[in-house]
Ligand binder design. Sequence first.
Ligand code: FAD
Length: 236
Amino acid sequence: MAEFRVRFLEHVERTQSVASFRFKLDLAMDFIPGQFAQIIFDEENRANKQLNKYLSFSSSPDKPYLELTKRLSSSDFCKKLLALKEGDELLFKGPMGHCVFDPSCERIGFLIGGIGITPVISILEHIVAHDLKVDAHLLYSNLSDEDIAFKPELDDWSKLATNIRIEHTVVNRTKQGSPCFVGMITKEFVLQQMADYKDRVFYLFGPPAMVEAMKAICAQINCDPAKVKTENFVGY
Ligand SMILES: Cc1cc2nc3c(=O)[nH]c(=O)nc-3n(C[C@H](O)[C@H](O)[C@H](O)COP(=O)(O)OP(=O)(O)OC[C@H]3O[C@@H](n4cnc5c(N)ncnc54)[C@H](O)[C@@H]3O)c2cc1C
């Protein structure tokens, strides 16, 4: 597995509890949207799971920087990310992961909650950048309107590209006039919003509990298991 030195550029606040971290590469690192890398703060002890963690790319490979997005916590790993200053060097191992964008799929569906959005952003940004004809439909659930990471980008893409459709659902509607549905992603919600679900290849990314719940919905509505791709964010 290849390793790369990257230089920290900047961090971008997405919500109160989610931030993106951008890095410049000294060497080109090709990756496929959907993939992730291991971020290594403890080079001496590669087995240190507290300081060496996996994060998905939240930028498309076309961007002049690599972006990762993290749900913020009080962990030492997170503290180290937040303490990075422009120009600081960091070691990445990767890219890794097989739950990746496949341009030969004509119709794809995403059932995503919270931080699971990161690789979806990479995939959608890639579709938009290349004006690909893939039809993408995202159902994105969050706790409240304020918790929707990448809302401006998602709004822009769904306006700009007729082949990108997005429905937001929140547990608590916290903005007046919010266009979000209220509730979690349920079997009924999927059937209601994604009538053509049988024609789609599903991508389920996120914390294991969310991926399991979405997998169960796919099974209940008789999706072909071969058309359901999953990536668990183990560590949550
Ligand atoms: C393939 C892959 C891709 C991933 N992509 C992303 C990504 O894009 N973005 C992202 O944010 N994460 C991603 N992750 C998860 C990431 O690697 C971290 O595990 C995660 O971000 C939590 O890191 P942390 O340092 O904040 O953890 P911590 O804060 O140490 O813990 C994580 C969770 O466990 C809880 N917890 C911790 N310790 C305890 C305890 N003793 N008792 C009870 N609960 C506890 C915390 O409340 C928290 O919810 C990915 C993981 C994998 C495997």
